[in-house]
Design a protein around this ligand. Sequence first.
Ligand code: NAP
Length: 482
Amino acid sequence: MRVSNSTTTVTLLAGDGVGPEVTEAARRIVDAAGVKITWEEHEAGAEVFKKGLATGVPDDTIDSIERTRVVLKGPLETPVGFGEKSANVTLRKLFETYANVRPVREMPGVPTPYSGRGIDLVVVRENVEDLYAGIEHMETPDVAQTLKLISRKGCEKIVRLAYALAEAEGRTNVACATKANIMKMSEGLMKRTFEEIAPEHPEIDSWHVIVDNCAHQLVKRPEQFEMIITTNMNGDILSDLTSALVGGLGFAPSANLGTEVAIFEAVHGSAPKYAGKDSINPTAMILSAVLMLRHIGELEAASQIENAVMATLADGVRTRDVLGDEGSVGTRAYTEAIIGNLGRSAEAWEARPVQKIKMPVPNPAASLVHPDVVELIGLDVFFQTEETPAAVGAAAAALAEGSAFAVKMVECRGTQVWPATHAQLDPTDVMRARFITRSSVVTDEDILELLRRFNERFSWVHLEKLRTFDGEPSFSRAQGES
Ligand code: NAP
């Protein structure tokens, strides 16, 4: 086997629970394969939170990652009562690792209900936007709101990266899974961006699938997929589903890729009940190290380790999660068996001819959209009330009289309640009044005047400008709104 002569420095975060056992297994196998890596061990997670650092990620860990740009990471916990944000999310956001890549493939010796069907697919999940931006508000003690933020730029980055990965791995079928039929603006942005970029790859069969049907199809006929590109929340759920198709979390590796930094980790968490018991399956972490080796250009060593894992499984050497207690081996014995099998491969496993991925270089200027004409045509005011829709509608119409705006409708939870429709609604205490401008010239002072009037009658909680971009409305209509 040929390994490169150069030494790569990698930040190693052992993590919590079973983390130290699975990262140790991965590190020993990488070292045994002869790859020259200097491991810089650093802390993050539970112990750091307990020392009082609210992010769970100390500065020396951040400094190390800024230098090495490559991380092999065990699972991290946020202990109850310490820190508000997860250290995992902190790392993803600090280093803008915008893509979460989760490959799954049927493995020899790992029986599942799908064995023999040749599952071999990768979920490419947007990793920093969507509901995971973590922007939440209690509008009132009764109504919670989480912002689903999706940017054109974020979509373009993940779609371009997915195609680069498809090319590196020789995949010719790429599906984009969204809920664009319901969330036409946010999920729709991912669908539209995908449909704009897909024609640049005529050699690849690109198609869109609604995410709920994607889940259904994955259970029914998973072999039809080679790659699924999707938004953050969809990808979180779909990729756990796909892990289960090939044997469970013990076999699911992942890469968090950014333009500067890449973090490789198992999909699973710290599995605390197995910590220190020498029984956890380290395959997911070992295969994450394989993804890391490909990322740093150690393609042959990566394939050698992958082949050794498959040969070991095919020999029937497996951990408790596959076999139960009867006949299984512990984490350390399994690791030794893989090291002993370096240089072997499994008959039932044909290695994919994978190239090093050419990470796309995002051009921030090019991916921002600048419309020629932006027009303010109204205002949505969200407010707290326990009054009836009829009383609210009449009051909103009265207070807008003589202002730059006229009230168009009032809605609750997305359904118009004034003027009355046939909707049978169980109202909450947050409603929205939609105001439309009376003329094309409306100033900020007009908006503030409307809010002043509104506030005399109702407590407003937030507002959104209604605008058109080159004539296209930038907002959705309420259910029942004309
Ligand atoms: P988890 O640690 O992934 O464990 C859930 C279950 O999955 C385990 O009880 C076990 O199932 C199975 N499992 C997990 N890893 C396995 C492996 N290597 N081999 C075989 N089976 C495995 O999920 P959790 O219990 O929800 O989370 C525990 C902690 O981890 C939480 O603090 C969570 O926040 C954190 N977490 C961290 C990350 C990360 O760092 N990326 C990801 C997820 C969760 P059985 O019980 O059926 O044996």
